[in-house]
Design a protein around this ligand. Structure first.
Ligand SMILES: Nc1nc2c(c(=O)[nH]1)N[C@H]1C(S)=C(S)[C@@H](COP(=O)(O)OP(=O)(O)OC[C@H]3O[C@@H](n4cnc5c(=O)[nH]c(N)nc54)[C@H](O)[C@@H]3O)O[C@H]1N2
Ligand SMILES: Nc1nc2c(c(=O)[nH]1)N[C@H]1C(S)=C(S)[C@@H](COP(=O)(O)OP(=O)(O)OC[C@H]3O[C@@H](n4cnc5c(=O)[nH]c(N)nc54)[C@H](O)[C@@H]3O)O[C@H]1N2
Ligand code: SF4
Ligand SMILES: [Mo]
Length: 744
């Protein structure tokens, strides 16, 4: 039977609505859903490849366990969990709980199971050795938000649909489709800014697709953003253009920021940024003159030495012109699942990091995790607390974190490793047990993390497009069973009893919260009202019903429930973002902290760098391409067809100096490693900057991804240096790595 179902795409942050044609269990077509309230029919090549992912014969359909000879055998789920149980128990009886490390990868957050069930699992595992892809990504933004607003998840979203002047730094949404800014059809939304007479400016060391589609491209030296932004702050003060607007009475630290920015004239940062002083001055004054300007920074501003400072300065500039929490500026979303506290007053407990430190390098904890750049140190360094076993969930750190080869060596000597992952890949080949989740089409979808970051308040819930295949466990069940093992309940405990307990705890917490719409209600009664649902859907129903549009379990009979949301086939739109400040602020002072202490110290560090000479002649940055998704979708033919994409981009002048030519092979060396790859000579690169995409390097022994292996490329993270981090957040430096280039 042929049917067409509407579902949202789980592959990136854009959350596009799709129409999926199914002939029985076979996906015959995937296209954009033109009726989707948010994406209006937009789709990219990855979304279109969902069928190829679903049908990829090498996507694992059952658990694998390692044989003594190192090869893998297919085993039953019962045996797989028995082995996990035995392995963890062996570890925990010989060492303490801290000997187990956990790495959570990016798809965890694109999946309700990971979003809801990773946390109870981590809690039950009782280890401080927790790592994730966040510290090779957006951790600096969490830190700056924690300091400025009192909560690391209060990330302002650039209001791209209403702005008339958009300054973008280190973002390439025409390729990435947006990040920390959920806006399906980003290309269309940028075109719309220009069509309504607005201006789009792109600051990037490379003339990216986004730069080409902008009114102006300003090449910047990698890592130069904080210098550029601080000089813009300087100009606003010096030219008397500061106007805090509506939030005037709710901002602390204005004079302090004025004093801090005093010495940072555009002239002083010229060399470090590569941007002419007149240009910086003009940017600041245009920002001040525009009616509805906003600023958006992403990967390029985070994964560099001054990631936290750049993230903070973007928001500081918004505050200085009254653009935070203002239409057309940057606002906070209020999604359907948000905690709803209409009576909340400004202020809270504030936010802190560094509650514990990593063992080897003494790096501070942030949001309950340690910087992944130091995972390898914790694996290698002997002594009490050494990580001897690893659990990876939806992660491929061998390709996605610094110094892959060192990590590979460390993983190969672990006592025990478990991976929850659909592929036998560069990382999971080191596991003793692999527990594969089903395909995205076999699970429900609601983009919890991304509706928090969306440019409109929207919601879309879709049940699984296809039921679970015979013998396949849902990812929620896999994580629940691991939680049962970690809690000492054993390998064959009933996961759904545990699920009931987790749900009850959540309801308990909510009814005890005096500000909640269900404060004081009876837990058993609420549990009964949640009905027969289990797993992520039940948790989501609870959140949505307690949320800002919810039915509040009867108090608002017309309000939202998961059933009502699910019935809206093309999603629901609750309108543009609305002002939430000052009430939503959670800082101790109840104000926006414009100039947090650690940022002052950080700016002093910037001054030190300016004084120390000796910058590298060539630095490396990354690159994303339209048909990649970090490291893991290269096994799909439609996404790897065509010219090889794992190439070195280099400016003609640099190529001539290095003696490399178009199509030749170059050796690129950094402090930690080297790679050899084909050269593309292109003036889209800024002079002095070369680029290699990440996520490649599939020619490894023991993986089972034959299409990817045939398009292997090299692992760019052979060149990234685990020692090089943003000191304020612990985030890895992936851009601005000193390298040399020579003919191979
Ligand atoms: N097609 C595709 N889409 C993706 C992904 C993918 O792999 N492929 N990955 C997804 C993920 S996990 C994420 S986090 C997002 C990332 O989303 P984006 O941040 O939009 O994507 P990037 O391509 O990393 O863009 C970073 C830009 O910063 C530039 N840059 C590098 N260094 C600097 C610097 O020091 N300063 C400035 N100003 N710019 C710099 C780079 O040239 C690049 O153009 O994309 C998501 N979407
Ligand atoms: N040099 C350099 N390095 C980078 C970046 C860069 O720009 N430059 N970008 C960084 C960024 S932004 C990110 S987010 C990280 C990503 O880092 P990771 O998350 O470690 O890597 P991914 O390539 O996203 O790998 C995802 C893994 O999850 C598995 N997977 C896919 N779907 C599911 C699922 O539904 N459930 C489970 N359990 N597993 C699933 C895949 O098979 C794969 O093994 O890489 C970072 N690394
Ligand atoms: S842009 Fe992102 S969400 Fe939309 S179809 Fe492509 S991968 Fe899926
Ligand atoms: Mo990411």
């Amino acid at each position: 039977m042929v049917e067409v179902v509407t579902r949202t795409c789980p592959l990136c942050e854009a959350t596009c609505g799709l129409k999926i044609t199914l002939d029985g269990d076979t996906v015959t077509d995937v296209r954009g859903d033109s009726d989707d309230v948010f994406s209006h029919g937009y789709i990219c090549p990855k979304g279109a490849a969902l069928g190829a992912l679903h049908h990829d014969p090498e996507r694992l359909r059952g658990p694998l366990a390692k044989r003594p000879d190192g090869s893998f055998a297919t085993v039953s789920w019962a045996e797989a969990f028995e082995r996990v149980h035995a392995g963890f128990n062996r570890l925990w009886s010989a060492q303490d709980r801290t000997a187990l490390g956990v790495y959570l990868g990016n798809p965890t957050i694109h999946n309700l199971a990971g979003t809801f069930y990773a946390r109870p699992l981590l809690f039950a595992l009782r280890t401080p050795q927790i790592y994730s892809a966040s510290t090779v990504d957006q951790m600096p933004k969490h830190v700056s938000s924690g300091w400025m607003y009192g909560h690391p998840l209060m990330i302002p979203v650039p209001d791209v649909d209403r702005t008339d002047w958009l300054l973008m730094l280190g973002a390439n949404p025409l390729v990435s489709n947006g990040s920390l800014c959920t806006a399906p059809d980003f290309p269309g939304r940028l075109r719309a800014i220009r069509r309504r007479g607005g201006k789009v400016i792109c600051v990037d060391p490379r003339r990216s697709r986004t730069a080409v589609a902008s009114d102006e491209h300003i090449p910047v030296r990698p890592g130069g953003d904080a210098f550029l932004l601080l000089a813009m702050v300087h100009v606003l003060f010096a030219e008397d253009r500061v106007d805090l607007g509506r939030l005037r009475a709710h901002v602390a630290g204005l004079d302090r920021l004025r004093a801090l920015a005093g010495p940072w004239t555009p002239g002083r940062v010229h060399e470090r940024t590569g941007v002419a002083p007149e240009t910086i001055r003009r940017l600041a004054l245009d920002f001040a003159a525009a009616e509805k300007p906003t600023i958006y920074g992403r990967m390029g501003t985070c994964t560099q030495r001054y990631g936290t400072l750049a993230s903070w300065l973007i928001d500081a500039l918004l505050v200085l012109r009254g653009r935070l929490d203002a239409p057309g500026g940057a606002l906070f979303a209020e999604p359907a699942h948000a905690r709803f506290r209409p009576d909340k007053k400004p202020g809270g407990r504030g936010w802190a990091m560094g509650r514990w430190k990593s063992r080897v390098r003494q790096l501070p904890e942030v949001r309950g995790e340690l910087p992944v750049a130091t995972l390898v140190d914790e694996l290698e360094t002997e002594g009490k607390g050494q990580v001897r076993a690893l659990l990876t969930i939806a992660g491929n750190p061998v390709l996605s974190t610094p110094d892959g080869p060192r990590l590979e060596a460390a993983l190969s000597s672990l006592d025990f490793m478990v991976s929850v992952d659909p592929y036998l890949n560069e990382t999971t080949r080191f596991a003793d047990v692999i527990l594969p989740p089903p395909s995205p089409l076999n699970r429900p979808a609601y983009h919890l993390a991304f509706y928090d970051l969306a440019v409109r308040n929207v919601a879309h819930f879709s049940s699984p497009a296809l039921g679970l295949p015979q013998g396949q466990l849902s990812e929620a069940e896999i994580l629940l069973r691991l939680t049962a093992i970690a809690s000492g309940l054993g390998a064959d405990a009933d996961p759904w009893t545990l699920d009931d307990e987790i749900m009850e705890r959540i309801v308990h917490t909510e009814v005890r919260d005096l500000g909640s719409p269900v404060a004081g209600r009876d837990v058993e009664q609420l549990m009964a009202k949640l009905g027969a649902r289990r797993g992520p859907e039940r948790q989501l129903d609870f959140k949505v019903r307690c949320g800002p549009y919810g039915d509040h379990f009867g108090a608002r009979p017309d309000g939202l429930t998961l059933d009502r949301l699910g019935a809206a086939e093309h999603g629901m739109d609750f309108g543009p973002l609305r002002a939430k400040l000052p009430n939503a602020l959670k800082t101790v002072t109840g104000k926006v902290e414009l100039c947090p202490d650690p940022c002052v110290a950080g700016v002093n560090g910037m001054a030190e760098e300016l004084e120390s000479s000796g910058s590298s002649e060539l630095v490396l940055i990354g690159r994303r391409t339209l048909r990649t998704n970090n490291s893991w979708m290269h096994n799909l033919q439609p996404l790897v067809a065509g010219k090889p994409r794992c190439t070195l981009y280099i400016h003609p002048t640099d190529a001539a100096r290095a003696g490399v030519t178009e199509g030749s092979s170059a050796v690129v060396r950094s402090r930690v490693g080297e790679v050899t790859l084909p050269v593309v000579v292109t003036d889209t690169m800024m002079r002095g900057v070369v680029s290699i995409p990440h996520g490649w390097g599939h020619a490894v022994e023991g993986a089972r991804m034959s299409v990817a292996a045939a398009h292997a490329g090299i692992n760019s993270n052979r060149l990234t240096d685990p020692a090089d981090i943003d000191p304020l957040s612990g985030n890895a430096v992936l851009n601005g790595i000193p390298v040399t280039v020579a003919p191979a």
